[in-house]
Design a protein around this ligand. Structure first.
Ligand code: F6P
Length: 508
């Protein structure tokens, strides 16, 4: 048995005999303290996860057997870590971390981005009131999260992020924007994404030209050929994956809306997390510990999903941002050498906002038959001026949910509130022992949000190392794109089954 197989077997062994959460707390007085990490204005508490000491040792062994340290060094030095596309993954360089030529190239690109922000502010595009950001997937989800989380009432522009090809989205924005006062920012790494180009063409028709268009892309010649003036095209490196790209010029909409100082602070927060990830030993390394727990649940304990609940309205787009980050990165069926995985890959990521989700989906978390690790993301200081009652209730609910998931309610306790009715008592029984983690931001600022997003990026990377997969490609979305093109071109031949052909005949 090779080292990795042996380490895998040891983790499976630890998973076969995990104490309950209550037992884990009873056995260790300082469990909450030991499994908590504070970094960059963020507090992570993983103590209500089934990480026994035996599991922790086994997973750390699996990390070592998976060459984690050299893979992390490769990531941060700009070496090739994406073998199927023969590329590095230089998102950390985009914020000034790591080493290698990508760091200086990113700094140059950042200066160009800053100049563009200044030109907009100085009126080079006229008096701008609205920004229409057109992009999809990684070219939209990060900017949307940043603008929504940090913009608030202080946002400098009325910003609309349009991703869907469904014209309803663009038309709604057109209804409230003045075309003469709108800057259009078209973001597409490849500048070939059909949805983005179709939306951009409709926006160009609406405005009557591309003078007030900015393009952000890794294919600048394509943007220029499309009609965006050269000086309005911002580039970024091929080695920056779409879902990791908000630190690059892809974030220009956020830099415009929040101001350059805020954008720099976002990058500084991410850098602080990069340093933590690079230098902190495993036992106190927040993204590494979180990844170990993720893989423990997904690959060893049979959890098919994990849920993230943002207990803060400002972070309402966090779950959808994480869905792309985690599922497009680690939803793979083969390992880095092309062999079929013998274990599950990443869990399905889903979630919502608290307290809304409590009144919609938490029933399943408390009493359903699925094991779902839940994550509660909270911010200590409120994002509104309505008084303390709102925020106290919000935070109390988040904490109470985690406690209730772990504690449950015994059959005996349920009987006591069921007038002796056994069936009712069964319905009121909660098994408990359900895992949750907590992430607390001291305040929601560019710095802390930058650190939070970088935390999730490194967690996703570390989980990929443990699972043995490449988190930086996404071949799985290609086939559907090709077939959509064939359907549009009227080539729905043998590649389409009878049901799909009938639907095409009905709809197109
Ligand atoms: O189809 C998936 C995808 O390639 C994502 O990875 C990417 O974020 C998105 O499409 C948009 O791609 P682009 O930025 O090239 O338009």
């Amino acid at each position: 048995m090779d080292e990795r197989s042996a380490a895998w077997a040891a983790a499976a062994e630890a998973a076969s005999d995990v104490p309950t959460l209550t037992a884990l707390f009873a056995a260790e007085a300082d469990r909450a303290g030991r499994l908590s990490v504070d970094v960059a204005g963020l507090h992570f508490d993983l103590s209500k996860m089934h990480l026994s000491k035996a599991a922790e040792v086994a997973l750390a062994g699996l990390l070592a057997a998976s060459d984690f340290e050299s893979r992390r060094a490769a990531l941060l030095s700009g070496a090739t870590v994406n073998p199927s596309e023969a590329r590095a993954a230089t998102h950390a360089a985009e914020r000034g971390s790591g080493s290698g030529s990508a760091v200086a190239a990113a700094a140059d690109a950042r200066r160009a981005m800053q100049r563009l922000v200044e030109r907009v502010e100085c009126g080079a595009f006229g008096e701008i009131r609205h920004i229409l950001h057109i992009g999809i997937g990684g070219s939209a989800l990060g900017p949307a999260l940043l603008v929504d989380a940090l913009g608030g009432d202080g946002a400098r522009y009325d910003t609309h992020i349009i991703s869907n090809i469904d014209g309803v989205a663009l038309e709604r924005a057109m209804r409230v924007c003045d075309p003469a006062r709108t800057l259009v920012v078209v973001v597409s790494k490849t500048f070939t994404t059909v949805e983005t180009l179709t939306n951009a063409e409709s926006a160009r028709d609406w405005i009557g030209g591309a003078e007030r268009f900015v393009a952000v892309t890794a294919a600048p010649e394509k943007a220029a050929a499309w009609g965006v003036a050269r000086e309005n095209v911002l580039g970024f490196a091929e080695s920056v994956g779409g879902r990791y790209s908000l630190w690059s010029a892809v974030g220009v909409t956020a830099a415009l809306g929040l101001g350059w100082v805020a954008f720099e602070s976002l990058l500084a927060g991410a850098r602080e997390m990069d340093t933590h990830f690079e230098t902190t030993p495993v036992a106190a390394n927040a993204p590494v510990l979180a990844a170990m727990v993720d893989v423990f649940y997904a690959a060893f304990l049979g959890a098919e999903t994990r849920a993230v609940f943002a207990y803060d309205e400002r972070l309402r787009f966090l779950p959808s941002f994480l869905q792309q980050l985690e599922m497009e990165s680690n939803g793979k069926r083969v390992d880095t050498t092309g062999r079929a995985l013998q274990h599950p890959s990443a869990a399905i990521s889903w979630g919502g906002t608290g307290t809304d989700a409590q009144h919609a989906v938490f029933q399943l978390l408390h009493q359903g038959t699925h094991l779902v690790p839940a994550e509660f993301v909270m911010v200590k200081t409120p994002g509104h001026g309505l008084g303390a009652a709102h925020h106290r209730q919000l935070l109390a609910n988040a904490i109470a949910q985690g406690a209730a998931l772990m504690r449950g309610r015994t059959a005996q306790e349920a009987l006591a509130v069921s007038s002796g009715d056994a069936a009712l008592a069964a319905a009121k029984t909660f098994p408990g022992n359900r895992p949750s983690s907590a992430i607390v931001l001291e305040t929601l600022q560019p710095h802390t949000l930058g650190a939070l997003i970088a935390f999730y990026e490194h967690r996703t990377f570390t989980a990929a190392v443990l699972l043995g997969i490449n988190p930086f490609d996404q071949w799985g979305v290609e086939l559907g794109k090709e077939m959509a093109r064939a359907a549009l071109d009227g080539n729905a031949g043998e590649g389409f089954d009878a049901s799909s052909r009938a639907l095409l005949a009905r709809l197109l």
